[in-house]
Design a protein around this ligand. Structure first.
Ligand code: HEC
Ligand code: HEC
Length: 215
């Protein structure tokens, strides 16, 4: 009888699912917005309540295990500016936690943006958009990216786009450029009224920015 009880108990323990709310267990919500209804609250980290729209899951998992700096000038909160020196390195998670956190984060969605043509841009079109990205629209005055020699350069007041092609979902990028207010109430980025074709080409250009292309 005792043995049976032990077996049942251990069986129960083994089959008990890991906590269904690992984001809450890990207190991620102390710095990150996890629910759209928290829109009035101010946070010290970027919004995660649309993680399932924004991130590529493989990047997300790797980031949680081995965080990198995305906003070299610090994350800018509503009331003030958190300078670089005040930004501690992001806590890293175990592989197991990162898997569970990624799974849960990918369920957080607030929109269903239209898919973007996944074909890479032709060489000529890529050169044209790269010129516009750098000169016409001046995106690099605020965002880091790669120059022709594969070196990181650009401004640091916006999130780094050096690894945008591995980090962000194309459909989300296009939707953000089209209607930033869906995701960011008061964006510090200028609103570009791009033609739909230009917008798609910019998105496809951003998807070519990958860390493995750093030389
Ligand atoms: C002490 C505050 C704090 C806590 C707690 C915290 N984070 Fe963060 N997190 C930040 C800040 C600040 C950044 C911005 C870092 C950067 O841009 O380089 C960030 C960035 C991120 C990013 C990248 C977001 C983006 O848009 O680039 C993810 C994903 C993330 N955190 C997930 C988590 C998860 C999951 C937890 C819980 C296990 C967590 N964070 C706990 C402060 C925190
Ligand atoms: C004046 C500075 C500035 C310029 C110029 C600018 N951005 Fe931004 N961008 C930002 C900031 C700041 C954010 C972070 C979100 C926010 O505060 O709106 C951002 C966010 C983004 C994001 C989302 C990145 C993320 O990880 O959340 C993308 C993609 C992006 N910008 C693309 C572009 C493109 C493409 C251009 C040029 C057409 C451009 N940006 C021009 C400041 C700028």
């Amino acid at each position: 009888m005792k043995l049976l009880k032990t077996l049942i108990l251990s069986g129960l323990l083994l089959s008990a699912p890991a906590s269904a709310d690992v984001l809450a267990d890990k207190n991620c919500g102390s710095c990150h917005r996890l629910k759209p209804e928290e829109i009035e609250k101010s946070f010290t980290g970027p919004d995660l309540h649309y993680s399932g729209n924004k991130f590529q899951p493989e990047w997300l998992k790797q980031y949680l295990i081995n965080p990198e700096v995305i906003r070299p000038a610090g994350f800018v909160t509503d009331p003030g500016f958190l300078p670089k020196t005040d930004l501690p390195p992001h806590a890293s998670s175990s592989i197991e936690d990162a898997n569970a956190l990624t799974k849960e984060l990918m369920t957080l969605k607030i929109s269903t943006p239209a898919p973007v043509n996944p074909e890479p841009l032709s060489k000529g079109l890529r050169a044209k958009i790269k010129y516009q990205f750098e000169r016409t629209f001046g995106c690099i005055s605020c965002h880091q990216s790669l120059n022709l020699a594969g070196k990181v350069r650009g401004g640091i007041s916006g999130p780094s786009l050096v690894n945008a092609g591995n980090r962000l979902q194309a459909a989300w990028v296009a939707d953000l450029l089209k209607t930033p207010e869906t995701y960011i109430a008061k964006s510090r980025m200028p609103s570009y009224k791009m033609e739909p074709a230009t917008l798609e080409q910019f998105t496809r250009f951003l998807m070519t920015l990958k860390k493995e292309n750093i030389k």
